[in-house]
Design a protein around this ligand. Structure first.
Ligand SMILES: Cc1ncc(COP(=O)(O)O)c(C=O)c1O
Length: 510
């Protein structure tokens, strides 16, 4: 078993150094000897501190090691063996994406520049939109939304504008959402002013058609759905679902978080969806660690194009211009064109992969998820719920309920113990319709050796749970901090950001 051992006992940079040691070199100051040059000639007195900021006095190599050590405390696809965070699609982010996004000609552009001087970047964004429409089967799109949830809200505002324009907003007050949905779906519908109606999933984890038919009616504004759904299963009755919603005069909204499973194979636009968002920061490889920044463009069918946010980017005869001429637009949902840097990374990824490459990456993502699902569903304590015989798409949701019942070890502790093996935990306790859920999405990035190492670690945890549960219940043992009080850690009043207090807590074993 491979362990990622980090030496957390190393002193902090505040505990290092000695008086007079210098790790910087400013022009005009002699290296290593403070005070020989006159700092007054470098920084005017009015801009200088009157008191020492209390920084550690360390050498350059100590600073370098400090930052290197900090970077090694981070976990990422580039450093860790596997990052199986279901629903998040934590795939490898090719370095070439960064090369384009960090190009001086891109970084130096200001959004207030004239159209004449921004033809290049407008062209890139226009092309990204074209590829996005091609991949999803929609007619027009906006790149403004900055995340999936922001895209959902934008999409539901478009739904609202559509019904309002037809004089039906007063009666179409409900958005139907399956119980397997991500929490952002009902939140977005609610924020856009709709009442949400939850329908239960059937025994196969898919939309229960009887429940849908009972819920849909003249009061329905639309349905929000992801396909494949959060169980990782493709809704193969999607035509019947779209038919039921459209017959009632409602619209179909596609949560594109799971697009990584189907790119190049089928398109939401062909499944009957009228409005979609895609999380570029998932499917198209731009990193979204730490909560952002992201990009959640929204695509629509022709009938909704006139409500899209302004400005759009239009092209005529090879020239690009901002299109403000949309009197029925819902307005702006983000400054300028959204998170352009993220969008350009996604564009680079699409161009580098090509159509066939995107299709193949979906195929591999599905293969990897099924490999893990099949192997782990045979391990004692884990169970593949909702029609285990059915192939999964890009992710698989295991339940640790049998393990909890037999040993007292819950999904939370399985996830914590995984950290000891130098692996990232899967998404835990989502979707909420699976008790003790462990939602695993290996993505196409991982070679079979990495999948095997993950399966081996999960198997080892099962063995430990059944032989020595305390070993799992007290995990993690091998990380910078042990199990945190998650409520306290999230609370701004108790969160500990002081290095002195942090060290004291660590030393007291808290
Ligand atoms: C199924 C699903 N829908 C929507 C979202 C929201 O996306 P974002 O995090 O980009 O706001 C997520 C995020 O993980 C998701 O998994």
């Amino acid at each position: 078993m491979r362990f990622r051992q980090a030496d957390w006992s190393e002193p902090l940079i505040f505990e290092l150094g000695s008086e007079g040691r210098v790790g910087y070199q400013l022009p005009g100051l002699e290296p290593g000897v403070r005070g020989k040059a006159d700092p007054d000639s470098l920084v005017p007195a009015s801009l200088r501190r009157s008191e020492d900021p209390g920084l550690p006095e360390v050498s350059e190599i100590q600073v370098l090691r400090h930052y290197m050590h900090l970077s090694q405390m981070n976990y990422g696809v580039n450093s860790g063996l596997i990052y199986p965070l279901g629903s998040c699609t934590m795939k490898y982010n090719p370095v070439v994406n960064e090369v384009l996004a960090a190009h001086p000609k891109i970084l130096g552009v200001h959004p207030m520049q004239s159209e004449d001087s921004t033809q290049g970047i407008l062209g890139l964004l226009f092309n990204l939109k074209r590829y996005f429409l091609d991949i999803t089967g929609m007619d027009d799109a906006t790149l403004q939304p900055a995340a999936g949830a922001h895209g959902e809200w934008t999409g539901i505002m478009l739904m609202r504008a559509y019904h309002k324009d037809r004089g039906e907003l007063g009666k179409r007050t409900e958005v139907i959402i399956p119980d397997s949905a991500h929490g952002t779906n009902p939140a977005s519908a609610h924020m856009a002013g709709f009442k949400t109606v939850e329908i239960p999933s059937g025994p196969d984890g898919c939309v229960d058609l009887d429940a849908l038919n009972a819920a849909v009616g003249p009061q329905t504004a639309g349905l929000m759905l992801t396909n494949p759904n959060t169980i990782g299963v493709f809704e193969n009755q999607i035509s019947e679902i779209s038919g039921a919603v459209h017959d009632a005069g409602g619209l179909m909204y596609y949560d594109g978080a799971n697009l990584n499973a189907i790119m190049g194979w089928c398109r939401p636009g062909d499944m009957g969806f009228d409005i979609i968002h895609s999380n570029l920061h998932k499917t198209f490889s731009t990193p979204h660690g730490g909560g952002g920044p992201g990009s959640g463009p929204v695509g629509v069918k022709e009938a909704l194009a006139e409500y899209l946010p302004i400005p759009g980017i239009a092209e005529r005869g090879g020239r690009f211009r901002l299109d403000w001429d949309k009197p029925k637009s819902i307005g702006k949902v983000h400054g300028f064109h959204g998170n352009v840097n993220v969008a350009l990374k996604a564009y680079t990824y699409m161009v580098a992969m090509g159509g066939e490459g995107l299709k193949e990456s979906s195929e591999l993502a599905v293969l990897n998820a099924n490999y893990v699902a099949r192997k782990l569903s045979k391990v004692k304590g884990y169970e593949l719920t909702y029609d285990p015989g059915k192939p999964r798409k890009h992710e698989a949701v295991l339940s640790a309920s049998p393990m909890l019942n037999d040993t007292g070890v819950s999904a939370l502790y399985v996830s914590k113990k995984l950290l000891d093996y130098g692996l990232h935990a899967p998404t835990t306790y989502f979707p909420m319709i699976v008790p003790e859920a462990l939602m695993i999405e290996p993505t196409e990035s991982e070679p079979v050796e990495a999948l095997d190492a993950f399966i081996e670690a999960m198997t080892e945890i099962s063995r430990l749970a059944y032989s020595n549960p305390e070993e799992v219940l007290s995990a993690p043992h091998n990380t910078a901090v042990t199990k945190l009080d998650e409520a306290k850690a999230a609370h701004p009043k108790t969160i500990c950001l002081s290095w002195r207090r942090f060290c004291a807590l660590l030393r007291d074993g808290e």
